[in-house]
Design a protein around this ligand. Sequence first.
Ligand code: ADP
Ligand code: 5GP
Length: 194
Amino acid sequence: MTSPGKMVVISGPSGAGKSTVCKRILEDPRVQFSVSATTRAKRPGEVDGRDYYFLDKETFRKKVAAGEFLESASVHGNMYGTLRKPVEDAMAAGKHVLLEIDVQGALQLKDQDVPGLHIFIAPPSFEELRRRLVGRATDAPEVIERRLAKAEDEYRERVKYDHVVVNDDLERCVAEVRRLIGLDGPPTGAGGAA
Ligand code: ADP
Ligand code: 5GP
């Protein structure tokens, strides 16, 4: 029998390195990315159904009302949410499902007691967080300032998570997250380590 997979929530301030860490974790075939829905515009190179389900505001609202989301939140002026069904289906098939979501969404999941492993990715310092946001070169200076101000509030919420992993050295951080999920060692059945 296939053992069910885990819901793994990776969250933390913008620029801490969530996407970078998640890309590495997703190299493991036992882990599946949870494709979120969003009302934000598609960026060049993004594919509907792979990066996000791109929905208009009305469709998103209807899905919220119909209870189709495990969590949803407004992030930087757009709506984002995790669809319940793909997460449940993947877990039933024995996959660990990786949710890369913002802190508000992660706390909603905690409040609902949806079982899962909640990992907060923390920057080594706020100075380094600023360097990363500037170095990433995706945001205007005022957007970076807004994200840094928000990061201070988000950082306070880290105590509500199961684990806080500091993303100082990327390799060390990835190894720690893999260990927490249970990806180290030999797979135990079709779904891997349970
Ligand atoms: P997030 O998804 O949390 O917003 P990103 O994964 O986009 O963050 O990372 C922000 C920037 O920091 C990127 O330019 C990324 O290459 C860089 N970065 C990520 N992890 C590290 C690390 N351990 N050391 C130095 N730079 C990093
Ligand atoms: P981006 O628009 O840059 O892809 O993502 C912006 C932010 O939205 C990131 O902090 C990301 O973690 C968060 N996010 C992505 N998907 C979801 C989701 O399904 N739910 C919540 N709450 N946040 C999400």
